[in-house]
Design a protein around this ligand. Structure first.
Ligand SMILES: NC(=O)c1ccc[n+]([C@@H]2O[C@H](COP(=O)([O-])OP(=O)(O)OC[C@H]3O[C@@H](n4cnc5c(N)ncnc54)[C@H](OP(=O)(O)O)[C@@H]3O)[C@@H](O)[C@H]2O)c1
Length: 363
């Protein structure tokens, strides 16, 4: 049996859905992966933090968070003296990694789901690096670390012999990074082209159906799908962060979201969408990269596509990523259903991969 102690830094839409799905899948994880888990710590920005090395009551934590009440009351008496009530995510990671060493608890996993910071990817990059250096594995749905610091994090993880997995960062739980790593050995990804942001695709196709930009955006915000700051979606930042992440991992790039040429959909009106449709075209926010002078170049912009372009067929929250390879031609990864459960699933599937590795290492 593999025992994983989880540290949840971020307990918002994704963090809470992950906790619910983990409970739902507990029996399967134990039966198929010999994985047993407990949550030992949770950190938020404004809703308190909690730590108990014996395991927190996750049902109670979900209840408190949903009621908007502070999580502090969950902290075990022993940790209370040592962990400040207003502990930040970084404080909790430092505390948990030192506790984990002290008590010889093994297999601590940081589950990082704080918000995307588009300036520098912080504090998520520091969370990830501190956890890896402290001996924890890391899974994240936050694009920041892989979009801003993939190379550095990769080398820290290798030195520490720990996993850094981030399947949820692009296209929720649909395998992109795992698919390439596990099933495309020695294939060279020479470029890609896709629609990778659900909110903007939902808005554009809602406008094709006669609805307004504002109505469609409000729906995505209500469903917890839009980024906390919706301008990240509308102005193309989320797509640029995903483009940088894909370039860094699949094409050995050293991009950041700020090096991606970027135009969002803010200026796209319903009239413009209807005019394109009248000419047999569809407007989609396209993210793409290709090799320039040896190194990859990425860009994000709304494009008028011919009706027979596979990207033109995407409706609602659908995403499609087309990878160009040297040996298999083009491969399409099509996401028909996206949402919070799919993102939470990416974290659960990364956890199962860690359980497999821990099991292998200790056999
Ligand atoms: N929502 C989606 O469908 C989706 C899909 C794929 C990827 N993602 C990514 O997943 C991440 C989380 O998204 P979300 O929708 O769950 O956002 P959210 O609901 O706003 O939750 C973010 C959580 O992070 C906490 N937080 C922020 N800064 C922190 C810090 N410095 N230390 C500790 N905790 C901190 C917040 O604390 P408070 O509760 O106190 O505010 C909150 O609990 C983002 O990076 C997003 O890009 C989201």
């Amino acid at each position: 049996m593999v025992y994983l102690d989880l540290l949840l830094v971020g307990f918002g839409n994704v963090g809470r859905q992950f906790a619910r799905l983990l409970q739902e899948k507990s029996v399967q994880l134990r039966r198929d992966y010999g994985l047993s888990w407990r949550v030992v710590g949770i950190a938020t920005k404004r809703h308190g933090s909690a730590f108990d090395a014996r395991g927190l009551d996750i049902v109670k934590a979900l209840r408190l968070a949903e009621a908007g009440t502070s999580l502090d009351v969950l902290t075990g008496a022993e940790s209370e003296r040592l962990l400040p009530a207003d502990a930040s995510g970084l404080d909790l990671i430092k505390y948990a990694t030192s506790e984990s060493k002290l008590r010889r608890l093994q297999h601590l996993v940081l589950v990082e789901t704080t918000l995307l910071d588009i300036q520098r990817g912080q504090p998520a990059v520091d969370h990830v690096i501190t956890a890896l250096r402290g001996g924890a594995h890391v899974v994240t749905a936050n694009k920041g670390p892989v979009a801003f610091a993939h190379r550095e994090i990769r080398s820290v993880a290798e030195l520490a012999h720990r996993e850094f997995l981030f399947e949820g960062a692009v296209m929720d739980g649909i395998p992109v990074f795992n698919l390439v790593r596990e099933t495309l050995p020695v294939a060279d990804i020479t470029g890609f082209r896709g629609v990778v942001n659900a909110t903007t695709n939902y808005i554009l196709t809602a406008m094709e159906a006669g609805r307004t930009f504002a109505e469609a955006l409000a729906e995505m915000q209500g469903a917890g799908i839009a980024e906390a700051d919706p301008s990240f979606d509308v102005d193309g930042w989320d797509a640029a962060a995903k483009t940088a992440a894909l370039m860094n991992v699949l094409m050995h790039g050293s991009a950041t979201p700020r090096t991606i040429a970027r135009t969002g959909i803010r200026e796209i009106t319903r009239d413009r969408v209807e005019d394109a449709m009248a000419r047999g075209k569809r407007i989609r926010l396209v993210a793409a990269a290709e090799r320039g002078d040896g190194h990859p170049v990425g860009h994000v912009a709304p494009e008028e596509l011919d009706a027979d372009d596979p990207l033109a067929h995407l409706t609602g929250m659908q995403n499609l990523l087309i990878l160009q390879t040297d040996v298999l031609g083009s491969i399409g990864i099509h996401q028909l259903d996206g949402g919070l459960t799919q993102t939470a699933y990416a974290l659960v599937s990364d956890l199962a991969a860690i359980a497999r590795r821990v099991g292998r290492d200790s056999s």
